[in-house]
Ligand binder design. Structure first.
Ligand code: UGA
Length: 447
């Protein structure tokens, strides 16, 4: 962007996507204001702390606060507005656009009194057609201005993973720009042009395709996971079969690739499950029954039950037993418990009469399981404490610190040393069936 005036940017919504986007742009010398209406979150951010766990981001926040970055409660005069508010699930599987609508109303009010050309960028994950149907009319009605003439509009989906959001932003695989008008597409192109020394591939398209690419990508990632879990479930029933070896062999094929072929308890989090449900409901609403997508969900929902069955084979029932759950967050390096498989697993174990010792390196409370019997769930302070006196252990989240556990730790501390490795974290040669009295099973291979 040499020679061009740097735009003033506001990022509406300071969740992990908004804050990562805001701080990444600010780190390149662009003046960015983060807009966060939640007082608690805003206070934390303005004191240099994150309202969530995200590696590397807090250090960057501290460096940039008051120096290219500030956080405010209401929208500010700016040239570009990124919208990154949440789009949670509705009961029918569709998405709730209330936060998007409210951000658009406020933005419309702001644009009403703003001179010059403003570019609105939708970063929130919205179903194909939503920008045309909701975002544009809401902003136009409030601002009394016309899209494409008085203000520009783009859909620019994010592909940031929780736990590695900053890295994903700095080293993006692609930039998707869905543009209503060429001019706003160019604004975004210039902004990213100034951001990346070596630009990732950029695709410019219309609004619907950009919205679609986000859902199709997450649905494809979910497909890979449910596919490899299907292979794991078959391999587990065949002597000598091992899904990890099978995935490694498959991954050499460039058309398949190595990533997202880790089998286990399945996917959770705030994105894949919600987006798949919404995508299914969209397909239905346009008259297509997307069976493939519902089967992906079915496979994913079954994995916890299959793991529990494996344990049942080894210890009989769970009634009155003490069970250890290692890892609560939906994946490592985040404290996010949304749709975490740990919650479904703990709920089932409690239903079957177990006492559950849980340990997670960052999650220390807030399981929010309906009908959770607090007295039967104990938050331990270490994995060893969680294993002490236990009859069975499920490895649920593959945090690095769990890699350091040795078979002896299970044998020495558990009452009956039984391990179900739900993420294939442990080396079968070292762990599985090797120690006297130790029963261990890694999902996706027979022991
Ligand atoms: C996902 C996408 O990966 C991002 O590209 C996207 O931007 C984001 O959703 C979003 O829509 O905002 P995220 O939910 O943070 O990111 O996490 P992933 O790394 O995709 O993992 C999702 C779940 O799949 C986790 O529970 C993880 O344990 C599981 N998983 C992942 C597997 O079971 N196997 C794998 O091989 C990979």
């Amino acid at each position: 962007m040499t020679g061009l005036k740097r735009p003033r940017v506001q990022v509406i919504g300071c969740g992990y996507v908004g804050l990562t986007t805001a701080l990444a742009f600010a780190s390149r010398g662009i003046a960015v204001t983060g807009i966060e209406t939640d007082l608690k979150k805003r206070e934390l951010i303005s004191s240099g702390r994150l309202p969530f766990h995200e590696p590397g981001l807090e250090e960057l926040l501290r460096k940039l606060l008051g120096n290219n970055f500030e956080v405010r409660d209401s929208q500010v005069e700016s040239d570009v507005s990124f919208m990154s508010v949440g789009t949670p699930s509705k009961n029918d599987g569709g998405i709730e656009l209330a936060f998007v609508e409210s951000a658009c109303q406020t933005l419309g009010e702001l644009l009403k009194n703003l001179g010059g050309y403003h570019t609105v960028v939708v970063k929130s994950t919205v179903l194909p057609g939503s920008t045309e149907r909701v975002v544009i009319p809401t902003i136009e009605a409030r601002s009394q201005k016309r899209v494409g003439k008085d203000f520009g509009l783009c859909v620019n989906p994010e592909f940031l993973r929780e736990g590695s959001a900053l890295n994903d932003m700095m080293d993006a695989d692609r930039i998707i720009i869905g543009e209503y008008d060429r001019k706003s597409g160019q604004v975004l192109l210039d902004l990213y042009g100034s951001f990346y020394e070596k630009s990732p591939p950029i695709l410019r398209t219309n609004l619907v395709n950009a919205e679609f690419i986000k859902y199709a990508s997450n649905a494809f990632l979910a497909t890979k996971i449910s596919f490899i879990n299907t292979i794991a479930n078959i391999a587990q029933r065949l002597p000598g079969g091992d899904v990890n070896i099978i995935a490694e062999g498959m991954g050499f094929d460039k058309r398949i690739g190595k990533s997202f072929l880790s089998s286990g308890l399945g996917y959770g989090g705030s994105c894949l499950p919600k987006d798949l449900r919404a995508f299914l409901s969209l397909a239905r609403s346009v008259g297509y029954e997307a069976k493939l997508l519902s089967d992906i969900e079915y496979v994913n929902d079954s994995q916890v039950g299959l793991a529990i069955d494996e344990a049942r084979k080894m210890i009989g029932g769970f009634d009155g037993k003490t069970v250890t759950v290692l890892g609560l967050s939906f994946k490592p390096d985040t404290d996010d418990l949304r749709e975490a498989v740990s919650r479904r697993m703990i709920a089932t174990l409690l239903e079957e009469g177990a006492h559950v010792n849980v340990y997670d390196p960052v999650v220390r409370s807030g399981l929010q399981i309906p009908s959770l019997d607090q007295a039967r769930v104990v938050f331990a302070k270490s994995s060893i404490e969680a294993l002490s006196g236990s009859d069975c252990c499920f490895l649920v989240t593959e945090w690095t610190e769990f890699k350091n556990l040795e078979p002896e730790d299970f044998v020495k501390h558990m009452r009956t040393p039984v391990l179900v490795d739900g993420r294939r974290l442990y080396d079968p040669a070292k762990f599985l069936g090797k120690m006297k009295g130790f029963s261990a099973v890694g999902l996706g291979s027979i022991q």
